[in-house]
Design a protein around this ligand. Structure first.
Ligand code: SF4
Length: 323
């Protein structure tokens, strides 16, 4: 069965090990969400449209934000048997939060067996973990060597179908130009990838994609547990320890992840990508300015597309100010 994940912080390995097909919600959300009520995040709303348009698939929502919880409530009211709400702890510094996360991974496994998947043996999960890790390693290499739009397409292919593109010879890769900027924020959907082109056409270049699913969502290499160790707690701990997101309290891990990368890549400006109705990411604008002392432009995102001419003009003015 297809199982859509609405967050990068739920291990797809668990779904694969239970014989289902993990797919991520970002590339699959309909380009046109149903009318979005005022104050509602268009991405969260689009997940409801996704649930409706895939009646034979299951969806895993999380408690990462209130909007997502509300979307999950609405989806559960319509179809309880194929919707799973994963309790993603907002805190991460206590053993209780870690134990909750581990318990949720185990509960997800039980849910997947109710959908007809077999209960996997430890070696089945281990072999999926190794395979997934190999794919991630190839993806990391691809991202390092390719411009941001191609990297975003590769990430979408990996999260959606598990596909990792093969890298062309190094000399086939065009040398990127433009003022280096970091793109930070919530979900960036395929219908919104023209943002990369808009940035380039205005003289900028994305050197760090910290949106969802960007580089921020790729955990570092997962140590493979020895055959004597149960693999599920090791997998759960790895995701728990390396989730980098705005919903955490405190969200210092996000800033600790961002800081060295902004420095290494000589980023000169930040573009904050915020879905209309998303207070979580919007609230980061002031903190990001304070933390990194870099100029910041906030762009409002709608599910359908980027903001058109108005945003292009704002981007052009922003990039010009960084010259
Ligand atoms: S974009 Fe923001 S409000 Fe929408 S689901 Fe993500 S975190 Fe929640």
């Amino acid at each position: 069965m297809e199982v859509f994940l609405t967050s990068p912080w739920v291990p797809a390995e668990i779904i694969r090990a239970h014989g289902h097909r993990p797919r991520s919600a970002w590339p699959a959300t309909p380009n046109r969400a149903s009318a979005v009520p005022e104050g509602v995040c268009s991405f969260a709303q689009s997940l409801l449209s996704l649930a409706e348009s895939h009646p034979d698939a299951a969806l895993v929502f999380t408690t990462a934000c209130d909007q997502m919880r509300r979307a999950a409530d609405a989806a559960l009211a319509r179809s309880r048997s194929r919707i799973f709400l994963f309790n993603l702890p907002a805190t991460w510094q206590s053993p209780a939060a870690r134990n909750l996360y581990r318990a949720e991974c185990a509960r997800l496994g039980r849910f997947l067996t109710t959908l007809g998947g077999p209960h996997p043996k430890a070696e089945d999960l281990l072999s999926v973990m190794i395979d997934q890790e190999n794919r991630r390693a190839a993806l990391r290499q691809f991202i390092q060597r390719h411009p941001a739009r191609l990297a975003a397409e590769a990430l979408a292919g990996f999260y959606s179908e598990g596909i990792v593109p093969t890298a062309p010879p190094t000399d086939a890769i065009p040398v990127p130009r433009g003022i280096p900027v970091a793109l930070i924020g919530g979900p960036l959907l395929p219908s919104q990838w023209s943002l990369f082109d808009d940035l380039e056409s205005t003289g900028g270049r994305v050197v760090l994609n910290a949106t969802e699913p960007g580089e921020r969502c790729l955990p570092p290499p997962c140590p493979i547990p020895s055959p004597e160790q149960p693999p599920l707690p090791a997998l759960a701990d790895h995701y728990f320890d390396h989730a980098v997101d705005a919903f955490h309290r405190p969200n210092t891990r996000f800033y600790d992840w961002l800081g060295p990368r902004l420095h290494e890549r000589q980023v000169r400006g930040l573009v904050l990508w915020v879905h209309v109705g998303c207070d979580l990411w919007r609230a980061e604008a002031a903190s990001l300015r304070d933390a990194f002392h870099l100029p910041l432009l906030t762009l409002d995102a709608h599910v359908e597309s980027t903001g058109g001419l108005r945003d292009t003009n704002r981007l052009a003015a922003f990039i010009e100010s960084l010259q």
